[in-house]
Design a protein around this ligand. Sequence first.
Ligand SMILES: Nc1ncnc2c1ncn2[C@@H]1O[C@H](COP(=O)(O)OP(=O)(O)OP(=O)(O)O)[C@@H](O)[C@H]1O
Length: 480
Amino acid sequence: MDTLHPENDRLPSPPLISDRVLINGVITPLTLTADGELQWTESALRKSTTEKEILSFAVEGNKVKLKTLVERRGSICCGGSGGDYARKDFVFEPLYDESRKLWCDKLRQRLDSLVGRPKRLLVFVNPFGGKKTARKIFLEEVKPLFDDAHVQLDVQETKYQLHAKEMVRSIDLSKYDGIVCVSGDGVLVEVVNGLLERADWRTALKLPIGMVPAGSGNGMIKSLLDPVGLSCSAASATVSIIRGHRRSLDVATISQGTTKFFSVLMLAWGLVADIDIESEKFRWMGSARFDVYGLQRIICLRQYNGRILFVPAPGFESNGQPASYNVDKESSVSDKTLGYQGPDTNLEDLEWREIKGPFVSVWLHNVPWGAENTLAAPNAKFSDGFLDLIVMKDCPKLALLSLMTKLSDGTHVQSPYVSYLKVKAFVLEPGARIDEEDKEGIIDSDGEVLARGRRSYKCDEKALMSYGKLQITVDQDEMR
Ligand SMILES: Nc1ncnc2c1ncn2[C@@H]1O[C@H](COP(=O)(O)OP(=O)(O)OP(=O)(O)O)[C@@H](O)[C@H]1O
C-alpha cells in the first residue's frame, strides 16, 4: 500500500558519502545523501541540494569548489515572495586524496543524473531591446551563471530586425538543447516564427526556448516566473533555464490569405496597439513609455469602427450576438512541406458570435502578463487551447484612467466597461476611426506591427499584412 509522507515527515535519505572534511579550516562532518542533499554544520545545520542549488564543482589543489546558488528573498517585488538568486562558492577540503576522488565521483554521479539540464544553448542577445542593456545583462548576470553550470553557449548578437528569425529558420539545431533570448518579447516571437517556418518544424518545436528579460515589455518571462513566486529578473530566468524547467505553450496562427504570423503573446487593435507601437519614439524611457504615452492616448481618445467575430469557449456563449462566418478558404490552402500551417480546425462547423464597433480596444491574450506591470488577462493559461479576449467599447475617460491603474493587478477585467471571455477562434474586421474616417489604426501582435492602416503610425516600413480582415486560430501545446 502507498502511504503519503508530508514534507516534514520525509524519511531521511541514506548517505551516498559521509566524511570529515575541512570547511574554513575546521574539521566538519559533511554528507551527500542519495537524494542529492549536501549537509554540514557551520554554526547551524546547512543544506544545499544538487537539484536546486549546486550548479557544478571543480577540484582546485586539495580542495573541492562547488558553484552554488543562494536564494535572496526580496520584500518589495510584485507582492509575491520576490525570490531571486545570487552566486556563491562553497569550498571544502577532503582529508585524503582517496576521499577527494570519492567525493568527486559521487558529486558527478548526482549532477549527471539530473534530467532536463541543458548542456549547449544558442543565445540571442538583442543590444537594441528595451533600454539597450541586453549586452550588459548578458555579460554581468547571465553568462556567469551559465559558466558556473558548465553550459556551453553559442552567442549571437542580433544585428537587425528579423535576424534571429532568419538564423533559426536555416541553422542546424541538432547541436543545441535549447535557444535563449536575452531580449524583449520581440526576439522570442521571431524565434517561434523561424522554427514554425522550417520544413522540419515538428522536430524543431521540441527544442525549448528560454527567455531572459532585457526588453521593455517582457510579458512572456513575467508570465512564466510570477506564478512560481520568482521575480522577473535575469538571474531567476537564467536559473530556471539551467534547472531545465519547462512549460507547454499554445500558439495562435494569425492568417490573412496565405500570409501567416505565429503569435505566442497577444494581438491588439485600438488603444493598446496604439500605445504599444506609437510609444516606440519614447523607447529610451524603458517600460515607463507605456504609461506616459498611454495617458496622452486616453486624453485624446480614439474609437474605431469595425467588427469582431469569435467562437466562445464553453461557458462564454452569452457574449455577443449569433453570427455566420464565411471561412477564408485561401488561408487553409497550403503546402504542408513549407512549415506549420496552423490548426486543422473546421471553422465552418463552429458556433460563431459577433460584436460590432465602435471599439476603444480589442485585445487577445495567450498568457496572463502583457508586460512586467500589466496583468492583461488574469485567467489566461499557457496551454488551455484558448485565447483570452478583452474588449472595451465606449468608456468615460475617467473610468479609463482608473482602469489603467488596475492593469497592474488584473482587476480591470471586472469593470462593467470591459468584456472578458475565452475564445477558440477569432476574426478581426478593423475599420477607420469614427472621428476621422480617412485614418485607420494599427494591428499589433506580440509588440510588432502586423498591419497599419491609412494615415496611422508614421513609418515607411511595410507591414506583413494589410489593414483588413484577419483570422486567428489556436493550437494547444505546440511549444515548450
Ligand atoms: N541590432 C538591432 N537593431 C535594430 N533592431 C533590432 C536589432 N536586433 C533586434 N532588433 C529588433 O528589435 C525589436 C525589439 O526587440 P525586443 O523584443 O528584444 O525588445 P523590446 O521591444 O524593447 O521589448 P518588448 O518586445 O518586450 O517590448 C525586435 O523586432 C527585433 O527584431
